[in-house]
Design a protein around this ligand. Sequence first.
Ligand SMILES: [Zn+2]
Ligand SMILES: [Zn+2]
Length: 518
Amino acid sequence: MPLARQVVRDLAAEHGACLRPVQLRRTEIDTGHVEQVLIPCGHTLASVCPSCAERARILRAAQCREGWHLDHEPVIDSDPATDEQRELITDRAEAQEARDLLASADLDVGELDERIGELDEEIAASGMRGSVLPARPRRHRSTRRRQDAAPLPRRPVSSRTVGKTYTTPDGKTFRPSLFITLTCPSYGRVGEDGAPADPDTYDYARAARDALHFAALFDRFIQNLRRYVGYDLQYFAAIEPQRRLAPHVHLALRGTISRAELRAVIAATYHQVWWPSTEVARYDGDRLPVWDEHTGSYLDPDTGEVLPTWDQALDAITGQDEPRHVARFGGRFDAQGVLAGSRDASRCIGYLTKYLTKHIGDCHQAVTGAQADHTGRLADALRHEPCSPTCANWLCYGIQPRNARPGLRPGACKGKAHRREYLGYAGRRVLVSRKWSGKTLADHRADRRTWLTSALGLPVTDPARYSWEPVKPGDPDHMPTGQRLLHVVADRIQWQTALELARRRAAEADLSATGRAA
Ligand SMILES: [Zn+2]
Ligand SMILES: [Zn+2]
């Protein structure tokens, strides 16, 4: 016999209802009337909530479609700051002035720095973009070392974001855009199944480092491309793994450039990682640096000597040193012109959003032993690579990670990049430039909601009329999960019937209108 609870879940998933609805108590401020409202959890992983993940994927597809072939410059107006936001900035200004005053008198600024940190968090939480000051002062030495860029013509970047229009001899105009796929270089030959032909010579260390720095490399590519084409090129990009488990990126570009130009920019693009050397592992196994409470630093377990800090290790890199890693794209890339509204455009948007509801590590399941072995070897390489300046793995190489604290263990860093489900790439899966559609994801979501309420003929409710609070498990009106699920299934079915009816009415109205016209 089927399990009743499982049938409820299946039915919920089938009707696109959230499997983990959140219960809120909604009070109408004027009347004091209380209602229970269930809202979707909004998770983007299908393994957690298939319905919410699919809705998030569709939203991304809509965002991608709207920005790709835009023929006018998107207008981006920031909302004016609220009183609360202005007050936060005022507090921040006063804290900064007081701190700098103390600092100039060589007094302790610890307390004010803490206050400034709190204010910066509140500023971010209040819905303001960016921060009042750059996060930390730039390191001049590392920026000077960085430049040995391959020659690429550079043009000043104008603020234009829309691509060129072309006119055919018979007067038709069209505005093509591009769909591009960029991959990592080869680490060794792989078979159809993505597993290496010879696992022992496959360059796992390089594969791991390229994955860790893939986001930075992509950034550099966009910078180079913009300088090369001379306008503020816009993109919608999705990062996902190939069969061989190396990241690759699909990107929709607004406007078009030639394959030859693209090849030149890809060849000239690289990202140098100026991190300390990891040639020699100084500590491993049971012999690891020990934390010293007194100095707040890690010491050599035998000599008690304080290990160099992250900044000291960076300063020790000289002009004669090589960067620890140079990330580049592979020579093979794919580029095709795509016209607005074409079947090709839909197919490409499908590629761009295909894997967004899955973790990178879950996109391709290992079926054969060779594939499982490949996954295992890559995960192993990633476990021991330093993932960031704060990575516990630096202790292996006798360097204290940035912001060192007690309890760090090499090989057990908590950074996401080390985990199997991330395969070295812990960054955002969708990267969208700011002037893509001129809208935020929240704007796109609001568009869908407006469409829905008008299709169903629902009254527009003013959110300012209500106050909202989460319902907690101990509350008398709290609904257990099963009950919540039953409610959302019932609501969803009712709502789908209403939508279907509205659609049919609209179609009939269309038909009779055409009938009359004829
Ligand atoms: Zn959900
Ligand atoms: Zn790490």
